[in-house]
Write a protein that binds this ligand. Structure first.
Ligand SMILES: [Zn+2]
Length: 120
């Protein structure tokens, strides 16, 4: 099923839909599917945060199905570092034009609505 889902490019991001600019989380689902189906290079290209999301997801599922496993809380500093890394990678990719989804302001709903009303 994951292999089938990975074949589709479904965009559910409201930020991308509204602006044409990918948000920091864009590509995470596709990247996780790529990682889970054995395509780490594709996952890294789509969104490196998948390499944090997948292990955390595996841990959470393991704790859910086996509640007696030793459990710990994620330290707050780790969450902050992960968030800063996510934002840094996102900003860097947008600034250098290397984001896999690219920026296309003309595809955003705001720009399309502006063009519609401006055309009279
Ligand atoms: Zn997004």
């Amino acid at each position: 099923m994951l292999v089938v889902l990975a074949q589709f490019e479904v965009r559910l991001c409201p930020v991308w839909w509204a602006t044409g600019v990918p948000c920091p989380g864009c590509g995470v689902v596709r990247a996780c599917l790529a990682l889970l189906t054995g395509h780490p290079a594709v996952a890294w290209a789509l969104n490196p945060v998948a390499f944090a999301v997948v292990p955390v997801g595996v841990l959470e599922v393991a704790w859910m199905v086996a509640p007696r496993l030793p459990r710990w809380r994620y330290p707050p500093w780790l969450v902050i570092v992960a968030a800063l890394a996510l934002l840094t990678v996102w900003a860097g990719r947008l600034a250098t034009g290397t984001h896999p989804d690219g920026i296309d302001l003309s595809r955003g709903a705001v720009a399309r609505a502006w063009a519609f009303f401006a055309s009279g």
